[in-house]
Design a protein around this ligand. Structure first.
Ligand code: ZN
Length: 260
C-alpha cells in the first residue's frame, strides 16, 4: 500500500510539473490550425505589413519593457520560428510568428503580458504550488486512508478504497488549473495597468475569438461534426480545451472593466 501511495505521489508531482510547464503561454495546439487558415492569415498579415504596418520589433520590446519598469538588457527577446503562440520562458520572451504581424497596439499587449509573467515569476509560483499541493494531498490521502481503514475494521467492507488515491492525484491538478487561470488574469491586468491602455488587449482577444470560430468552421466543413471533438469551440469562440487560461469572453469582460 505504501508503495502505491509513493507511486501516486510521484505521479502527481510529475503531472504537476508537466502541467505547469516552463512555457507560460500557448493557447492553441498548432496541429489544429488548418493549412487554409494559416495561408489566409499569412496573406492578410503580409498585406498589412506591405501597407506600412512595420514597427521594429526590438524597439517595441524595449519600449514595452520601459513601460513595465523592467530592464530590457536582462531579458532576451526574439521572434518565434513557427506559428506558435507567444510565450515567456525563464528570462526570455518569444513573440510567435503570427503575433509578430499583429497591429502595434495588440503586439504591445502580447509582449507586455509575457513580460508580466516574468515580472510576477509565474513559472516559479506554479512549480512551488505543484510541490506544495502534491505533498499536501499525499499527506491528506494517507490520513484519509488511515481513517478509512479504522472504519473498515468495524464495518468490514472496502468502501471508498479509491477515494484517498483519487484525491492524491486530482487535488494538485485542480489547484494548478485554478492558479494558472488566476496568474493569466493577473498578467493581463498587470500589462494593461503598465501600458495604461486596454484596447490592444480587447482587440487581441476578440481577434482570437473570431479566429477560433473560423478554424472551427473550416474544420467542420472539411471533417464534419466529429471535428468538434478535436477542436471544441463554443458559439462565442472560446476554445473549450484550454484549461490554463480564462475563457476569452471573460478576458474581454475584465479587460473592458479595467480602469486605466
Ligand atoms: Zn499568459
Amino acid at each position: 500500500m505504501k508503495k502505491a501511495f509513493l507511486g501516486l505521489m510521484m505521479f502527481s508531482l510529475v503531472s504537476g510539473c508537466v502541467f505547469s510547464s516552463t512555457r507560460a503561454d500557448q493557447l492553441i495546439p498548432n496541429s489544429q490550425k488548418t493549412l487554409t487558415t494559416m495561408i489566409s492569415d499569412c496573406c492578410t498579415q503580409l498585406f498589412d505589413r506591405l501597407c506600412g504596418n512595420v514597427i521594429d520589433q526590438q524597439t517595441l520590446f524595449k519600449e514595452t519593457c520601459q513601460k513595465m519598469g523592467m530592464d530590457a538588457q536582462k531579458i532576451k527577446f526574439h521572434i518565434g520560428n513557427s506559428v506558435d503562440d507567444s510565450y515567456a520562458q525563464n528570462n526570455t520572451v518569444v513573440l510567435g510568428l503570427r503575433d509578430a504581424f499583429l497591429p502595434k497596439r495588440e503586439r504591445e499587449f502580447v509582449i507586455a503580458h509575457e513580460l508580466a509573467h516574468i515580472k510576477n515569476k509565474d513559472n516559479r509560483r506554479q512549480y512551488i504550488l505543484a510541490g506544495k499541493a502534491s505533498v499536501g494531498s499525499f499527506c491528506l490521502s494517507i490520513g484519509l486512508d488511515i481513517v478509512r481503514s479504522r472504519l473498515l475494521q468495524t464495518k468490514g467492507r472496502a468502501f471508498g478504497e479509491f477515494i484517498p488515491a483519487v484525491l492524491c492525484c486530482a487535488a494538485p491538478f485542480v489547484m494548478l488549473v485554478a492558479q494558472a487561470k488566476r496568474l493569466e488574469k493577473e498578467a493581463d491586468l498587470t500589462a494593461i495597468a503598465a501600458l495604461k491602455e486596454k484596447q490592444g488587449a480587447i482587440d487581441f482577444f476578440k481577434r482570437f475569438c473570431e479566429e477560433n470560430k473560423r478554424i472551427s468552421k473550416v474544420n467542420y466543413n472539411q471533417q464534419g461534426f466529429f471535428s468538434m471533438l478535436r477542436f471544441p469551440v463554443d458559439r462565442h469562440g472560446n476554445y473549450l480545451r484550454d484549461f490554463t487560461h480564462p475563457r476569452l469572453t471573460d478576458r474581454i469582460a475584465y479587460c473592458s472593466a479595467a480602469v486605466v
